[in-house]
Design a protein around this ligand. Sequence first.
Ligand code: ATP
Ligand code: MG
Length: 399
Amino acid sequence: MHSFNLPEDVLHILTRISDCGYSAHVVGGPVRDFLLGNVPHDYDITTNALPEKIKEIFSDLRTVDTGIKHGTVTVVLNGENYEITTYRVDGEYKDSRHPESVSFTSRLEEDLARRDFTMNAIAYNPTEGITDPFGGEADIASGVICAVGDPEKRFTEDALRILRAIRFSSTLGFYLEYETYLAAKKLGHLLLNVSSERISTEWFKLMGGRDAYRVLEESEEIISVFLPELTGIKLPDFERFGKAPTPARHLSLFYLTLGDSAAPSYKAAMTRLRTDARTRDLGTLALTCIGKFDTGTREGINLLMADFGIDAVRLTLETERLVGIREDKSFDIFEELIRTRAPYRTEDLDLNGNDLIAIGYRGSEIGKEMRALLRAVIEGRLKNERAALIRSAKETFNG
Ligand code: ATP
Ligand code: MG
């Protein structure tokens, strides 16, 4: 029998539920992670106790009705969230989106049967060991992603599972079982029915995966359903892609596939997928900058940091390096500027607005002079020393 090293708090939750006469297991992601020899990042728990009963059992702790209609209560223990979900079977699906209804069941096997892949349909607790009715452990051992039940039916019920299949293929380095693969190819268009938020979560996980390159090569048809911008997708060098951070990987696809229209297309795509504003705006800015920085000098890079901010410059340089249009020392220079805390914001100057007000500057003149001083410092015309900065500001003010 398997014995997994569950954290104290998880054991406490399982024990407390069973002491009250109910059954509780860790399920899905964490069990898969254990079998892979990885450390789980969170612990979902499945139980035959109804949500109201779970709230009663944990009435001394903070609980949140996360998805109480779907049977999920979040219990907060020592600052960590644990989602506890009552065994359930999903009702009929309409539009490849959500089940019309869910109902609770008292059988663990039925709860496992509604889960997407055999590797995610395994439950575990320390007294009963593993419950694995669909052969998930064997599939994990052979690195295979296999739908629970009939893949066409399961993907038609909820098309997000198609994207989850290739996402797991990327993050785990697994391959799709043949019938599952055929169904994914056939039904990929159903992803049009899935909400943007659900898509983008899976898409960014896919992009960060160890086998993202292979999956991008194999799955263009599926990806272009929700990112038609990437039809005819072009990929950068394999080795470089493997080393690049996820945001640069992502931008490289747009840059290489779309050329001059990369920035506006990226922005439109990220708006449609409802990604966070930072991912959207920083990426758009970086795509606008790629190939436009003609300088690899210390001063040049420092000025770019002042104009665009360090995050945009880093992302631009990383993406440029990935797509192979910058072989110079810019990145090293950039990192050295960061390490040596070279000034690039007006806040980094050794004087502040009040000093300028004391000289006589007013209103928008203050910011304007601060930026002029910063530029002079970056260009080496002025030292970042208070006395020198004040002298220069006085000279400007007086003439
Ligand atoms: P990760 O490590 O990325 O969190 P995970 O398997 O835990 O992977 P979650 O999205 O957290 O993924 O889902 C938790 C569990 O819920 C899954 O393991 C699976 O059993 C089930 N599940 C999630 N999404 C679906 C879905 N669309 N259809 C069926 N079952 C699903
Ligand atoms: Mg999870």
